[in-house]
Design a protein around this ligand. Structure first.
Ligand code: C2O
Ligand code: CU
Ligand code: CU
Length: 533
């Protein structure tokens, strides 16, 4: 029996659904054994079907936010929400929008959901109206017209829903797509490594999901998950459960997006017990100047890691797994703020209750089968691109403290989201340093700012598992050498970032700054900030 159907079967037997005994047994057997045979579903690739199909953003005139049915699990259709575009007589689901810097994008979003929605272009520099967030959401049956220029450099951006309070559910049900901007540096790299989109240059969207006993997507937050964020019981890559991918012995580019609601991953490529080297070449805001050699990297929700894997370094034909290594998820919500010791009533496992795979547990994500030895002699170039300089601003940084109140509501400097307030105002054209300080009694928060890409200047008091990955001074991680729009801030950690509020839009513009754990965002860990002209 196919493992997925087997699980449904077991779950149905116990009559307890996804969180029942059957589900539990199934999970334990699969993830304890890391049995290569379980990865029997071919990884979905853009272009093969309508899902993620690449299309020039300029050619998309309308995106209809739709409710439909989709077989996320093989042969088990589930209600699924998708961005649907009709282009050239083809129906595309969550299309991969392609653009070049300077392109004009003009499209109409039509809301066919039974609730309000809006599309946010994550990572793009936009004016307030085209940025797309809750204040611009439109009701069912209504539409919203976008018209904007791609101001950003080449990178892997993405788009997803951003309505008030329900972004988590909407993204969970399927709404998310990539927006890939390419430029000359990108094309140089394609040529140097002989990369082809969808073949050797592959987006990997990692999302955790839970299913009911009929294999239908289920978004149910156990009480603990309303605080910690949703944790699913199955990790999907490109909406494929237990995926495999047949590869040649050569260099691959993987554009990795953590599209999960709340879960972080510690990404590594492993062949048996051996971790393979891989190369970080880009982050949220595009290519790094030089590739960074790694064995592992954390990726928080909404972040992108653009990597090269050279399968010539794999030995023999044993499959390589992309996996998430075990880590301490640091659900330290109830430690004593001063001493760091657990307070009374602290239950380190509380956040794991509710049926999802434990946060921080080791898990395989994708099996890569080495099928052929291609004639391939290319080498990774030492120089990839030029990054815009972004120096620290003079003077005291602006402090933003991440924590929660006694009722368990996450906040930023004690502020919770109020659509009529913008507690932070910055001046257009100025530089600022922000100090993001996460309390010890906290959990990791992937903090995201709309409208601008930033640089990390320094990390302090990072937990040991993070410090161990720091490569240079100031506690910086390899991904901190790139432009970012989202940064994972661990409990007790302080991260200093440099921002340049220079943009081409006149008039005051309001944007969002929030935690991209979508359950945290939905429950108010978000503020509006104003860029005053
Ligand atoms: Cu990707 Cu405000 O979100
Ligand atoms: Cu965003
Ligand atoms: Cu958070």
């Amino acid at each position: 029996m196919n493992p997925l159907t087997r699980r449904m079967f077991l779950a149905a037997l116990t009559g307890a659904g996804a969180a029942g005994l059957g589900g539990l047994l199934w999970r334990q057997s699969v993830f304890a054994a890391m049995d290569a045979g379980q990865f029997t579903n071919r990884l979905r690739l853009p272009g093969a079907s309508g899902l993620y199909a690449p299309v020039a953003a300029k050619d998309v005139k309308q995106i209809t936010v739709s409710e439909l049915n989709f077989e996320v699990l093989p042969k088990l259709p589930s209600p699924f929400w998708a961005y649907v575009a009709e282009v050239g007589g083809k129906r595309l689901l969550n299309p991969t929008l392609l653009a070049r810097p300077g392109d004009q994008i003009k499209l109409r979003m039509v809301n066919r959901l039974k609730q309000p929605t809006i599309i946010h272009w994550h990572g793009l520099t936009n004016d307030e109206r085209n940025d797309g967030f809750g204040n611009y959401q439109v009701d069912r049956g209504k539409s919203f017209d976008y018209a904007f220029t791609v101001w950003n450099r080449a990178a892997n951006y993405w788009y997803h829903p951003h309505p008030h309070d329900i972004a988590g559910e909407q993204a969970y049900k399927g709404l998310a797509g990539l927006l890939i901007v390419k430029d000359d540096d990108e094309e140089k790299l394609d040529r140097a490594l002989d990369l082809a989109a969808g073949v050797t240059d592959i987006p990997l969207v990692i999302q955790d999901r839970s299913f009911n006993f009929e294999g239908k997507l289920e978004y149910k937050l156990a009480r603990e998950q309303m605080f910690a964020g949703f944790l699913g019981e199955e990790i999907l890559v490109n909406l494929t459960a237990r995926p495999y991918f047949d590869a040649a012995r050569r260099i691959y580019r993987f554009r990795i997006l953590n599209g999960s609601n709340a879960r972080s991953y510690r990404l590594a490529f492993a062949q048996g017990a051996r971790l393979l080297d891989y190369y970080l070449i880009g982050t949220d805001g595009g290519l790094l100047e030089q590739p960074q050699k790694l064995r592992e990297a954390f990726i928080g929700a909404a972040q992108r890691l653009d990597v090269l894997l050279d399968l010539r370094a794999a030995s023999g034909n044993e499959p390589v797994f992309l996996k998430s290594l075990a880590f301490d998820p640091m659900h330290n919500e109830s430690v004593d703020e001063k001493t760091g010791t657990p307070g009374s009533g602290a239950d380190p496992h509380a956040a794991h209750a509710g049926g999802g795979l434990m946060d921080g547990m080791e898990m395989p994500l994708l099996r890569i089968n080495i099928k052929s030895s291609a004639e391939y002699k290319r080498q990774i170039p030492s120089q990839l691109s030029q990054l815009p300089k972004l120096a620290a601003a003079a003077g005291e940084p602006r402090r933003l403290t991440l924590g929660h109140d006694r009722k368990g509501n996450w906040n930023i400097n004690g502020w919770r989201f109020n659509m009529h307030e913008t507690p932070v105002t910055v001046r257009r054209g100025t530089r600022e340093t922000w100090l993001l300080q996460n309390n010890r009694a906290s959990m990791p928060h992937p903090m995201h700012i709309h409208g601008f890409q930033f640089r990390v200047l320094e990390r302090r008091d990072s937990p040991a598992q993070v410090k161990a990955l720091a490569t240079r001074n100031n506690g910086l991680l390899p991904q901190d050498f790139g432009l970012l729009d989202t940064v994972l801030v661990w409990p007790g950690e302080s991260v200093r970032i440099a921002l340049d509020f220079n943009h081409p839009f006149s008039g005051d513009q309001t944007y969002m700054f929030h935690c991209h754990n979508l359950e945290h965002e939905d429950t108010g860990m978000m503020i509006g900030y104003k860029v005053a002209d």
